[in-house]
Design a protein around this ligand. Structure first.
Ligand code: ATP
Ligand code: MG
Length: 433
């Protein structure tokens, strides 16, 4: 038979394994811990939705909807789209599943999202986001809580240094409209000199020009009218309350008056956590207030604020991580010991001890692998020990060993691991009673 060719992975997708996968898992685990601390509820969303869910909420003139969506007709000729972000699907669920009863609803999720982009470092076609939203709260305290949560997450990931929070306000509906008109007037005067993309954005979505990376646009963006000249008193007060809350919570921020967000429905607070440690892909976490979004999906006016962060970019900042070391290696000598070893292994694991027993190999090989896996304790079990009802407990750090009765093995293992200062002693304490 001729050898068949192995299919290549899809461009812009990644297989993540080893130290990078450990960093990825660390990001997700830390996010899960922090969202519980802040009492955000978990939600699981479908990976695909009707295309209109994204088209209507994100906005037709955005990069995502105009050129990045993975849309397709299913076998029933319905246009579906792989989610390019979480917010739209969460809002759809909020409306169709009657989540109004929970407002203000703090909700968090994570998983894969899909965008047809030019793949490069930190930019993929399937990537992963963590996401947090507060729905049904128009108070600036909600913005503060979300930002404090993001800040704590970055601290607990150990990457807060070198990542700064850039903050802006887009004002309320009226402020934003006035600003928009001023931007159209300003950019219209130099229309011919703007990039093609920005010429197109000019009437439909002039705020997006401020976000352009094209050098032809950047010269004019530098002197474009700022939102500050158009902010209503109310909008100023709102922004003042957000910044005062951040100061009280000890969250550092800097004002970036040119910061806008890609989506059409942003109001008031807009923010990005940025770093210069990831080259061109410097935004790690971004979001803002989207008070107008729910209406675009046919819902009642519902203020909301949220953020999303790319797990791959956070994991790159975290850096490669080793898997947690093995605590206890069970080393049986002979078939009878191997069978008894299975029982000990199960008992240790049920008590929350990280333990492993190799499937094969002599004493020397097994000991070598235990050391390679970082084990600090070995439980050695031969025929003689078995006959006496004991095991040899070896301290792999100090090198000494002694016999302990099999009935008390778990306690002795706990004792030794504690003396070694190894692992999570609180965890063992809980499991023991
Ligand atoms: P960018 O300006 O980098 O394209 P964005 O404004 O499109 O970002 P958001 O829609 O705000 O990004 O998504 C939130 C976060 O998701 C980003 O801050 C980033 O960390 C991550 N992200 C966005 N697009 C990608 C991608 N293609 N690959 C990996 N991570 C991404
Ligand atoms: Mg983008």
């Amino acid at each position: 038979m001729s050898k068949v060719e192995t299919p290549r992975p899809i461009r812009g997708t990644q297989d993540i394994f080893g130290p990078e996968a450990e960093a990825f898992a660390f990001v997700v685990e830390t996010f899960e811990r922090v969202r519980k601390l802040y009492r955000f509820r978990r939600a699981e969303m479908p990976v695909f939705e009707k295309t209109e869910v994204f088209a209507r909420s994100i906005g037709e003139t955005t990069d995502i909807v105009s050129k990045e969506m993975y849309s397709f007709l299913d076998r029933g000729e319905e246009s579906l789209t792989l989610r390019p972000e979480f917010t739209a699907g969460i809002c759809r669920a909020f409306l169709t599943d009657g989540w109004q009863q929970y407002v203000p609803l703090k909700v968090a999720t994570h998983g894969p999202v899909f965008r047809y982009e030019r793949p490069q470092k930190g930019r993929y076609r399937q990537f992963h986001q963590i996401d947090a939203e507060i729905i049904g709260a128009g108070e600036p305290q909600a913005d503060v809580e979300l930002l404090a949560m993001a800040d704590q997450l970055l601290r607990e990931l150990g990457i807060a240094d070198g990542v700064t929070l850039q903050l802006n306000t887009l004002g309320d509906g009226d402020s934003r409209e006035a600003w928009r008109a001023a931007l159209i007037e300003y950019f219209s005067a130099v229309r011919g000199e703007l990039s093609e993309d920005s010429q197109e954005r000019l009437e439909k979505n002039p705020l997006r020009i401020l976000d352009s990376k094209d050098p032809r646009d950047k010269v004019f963006v530098a002197d474009a009218p700022l939102i500050d000249d158009f902010l209503s008193g109310e909008a100023q007060d709102f922004f003042g309350a957000v910044t005062a809350g951040l100061d009280a919570a000890g969250v550092a921020w800097t004002r970036n008056p040119a910061l806008v967000r890609g989506l059409d429905y942003y109001r008031h607070t807009a923010f990005e956590f940025v770093t210069d440690r990831l080259g061109a892909q410097g935004t790690v976490l971004a979001g803002g207030r989207y008070d107008g979004l729910m209406e675009s999906l046919g819902g009642n006016p519902t203020p909301a604020v949220g953020w999303a962060a790319g797990i791959e970019r956070l994991a790159m900042l975290v850096g490669e991580r080793d898997a947690a070391p093995l605590d206890v290696a069970v080393i049986p000598l002979g078939d009878a010991a191997s069978a008894r070893g299975e029982g000990l292994l199960a008992e240790l694991r049920r008590h929350g001890v990280c333990a492993e027993m190799d499937y094969r190999g002599n004493m020397k090989k097994r000991m070598q692998r235990a050391n390679n896996a970082g084990a600090s304790v070995a439980v050695i079990l031969g025929d003689d020990e078995l006959a006496k009802g004991v095991a040899n407990l070896k301290d792999l750090i100090e090198g000494d060993q002694h016999e302990v009765p099999l009935g008390d093995l778990v306690d002795h293992v706990f004792g030794l691991l504690s003396r070694q200062g190894r692992g999570d002693q609180a965890r063992w304490a809980i499991r023991r009673d």
